[in-house]
Design a binder for this molecule. Structure first.
Ligand code: ATP
Length: 217
């Protein structure tokens, strides 16, 4: 069984994060999914919720879901003075857990398409497998030749490959399509539209209680 990491802004966490991840866990055989909230460097658009609020929402979302855990390493004071690069997080994970344990990094199709902008992206596979969740509105193919070649070199359709080696493969999962984004949720709430069906009820109540994203208290 593999351990997985799912990085994101989680501003807020929603069913588009949780449902594909749950489906992926049974498709691939994941023993745990560690949610990894990002530190947002000052030059990037800042999340609307504070770090504490993003964390509180994640905790509420997963408190009854033992598959999930929270990994706050990218928010620790040491990390908060500079961008949290995924490659550094993966290296640190390997130092703590050794080279033989299977590790997977989960991302949506949109993140895969943006991968060439990530720091040392091609070396990610030296530390983990990549599990890609489908996402409505994002093409399954890329025009970026370098990315396409890299995917072709490392892709597998055989789940067993993900267990035979601790890292190194890319797997496109058959996860459910969830047409949900945090941006849309924030806009809906700002427009006083109901979002109850897009995120866990406890998270929805927290947003209302905190007046987050301009929600009516
Ligand atoms: P925003 O709209 O603010 O950009 P987001 O909804 O994309 O946020 P993030 O926290 O940035 O959420 O996403 C974290 C990870 O979850 C990314 O890898 C992203 O591709 C994936 N993800 C988010 N929403 C979905 C979805 N509906 N289906 C599949 N993957 C998703």
């Amino acid at each position: 069984m593999l351990t997985a990491l799912l990085g994101g802004t989680f501003d807020p966490i929603h069913y588009g994060h949780l449902r594909p991840a749950i489906s992926l866990a049974s498709e691939v055989g994941l023993k745990q999914i560690n949610l990894l909230p990002n530190h947002i460097p000052p030059h990037k658009p800042q999340p609307e919720a504070s770090t504490e609020q993003r964390l509180a929402m994640i905790k509420l979302a997963i408190e009854d879901l033992p598959l999930f855990a929270l990994d706050v390493r990218e928010l620790l004071p040491k990390a908060s003075t500079r961008p949290s690069y995924t490659i550094e997080t993966l290296r640190a994970w390997r130092q703590e857990n050794g080279d033989s344990e299977g590790l997977a990094f989960i991302m949506g199709q949109d993140s895969l398409l943006s991968l060439p902008t990530w720091h040392k992206w091609k070396t990610l596979l030296n530390y983990c497998h990549l599990l890609i969740c489908r996402r409505p509105g994002y093409a399954e193919h890329t025009d970026n030749i370098e990315l396409k070649q890299w995917i072709d070199e490392h892709q597998t359709q055989n789940v067993q490959d993900l267990h035979d080696l601790p890292q190194g493969h890319i797997f496109f999962a058959h996860t459910p399509l969830e047409d949900i984004s945090a941006t849309e949720i924030r806009q809906n709430i700002n427009n006083q539209a109901c979002c109850e069906n897009l995120l866990p009820p406890k998270v929805w109540h927290y947003i209302q209680q905190q007046g987050l994203y301009n929600a009516k208290k």
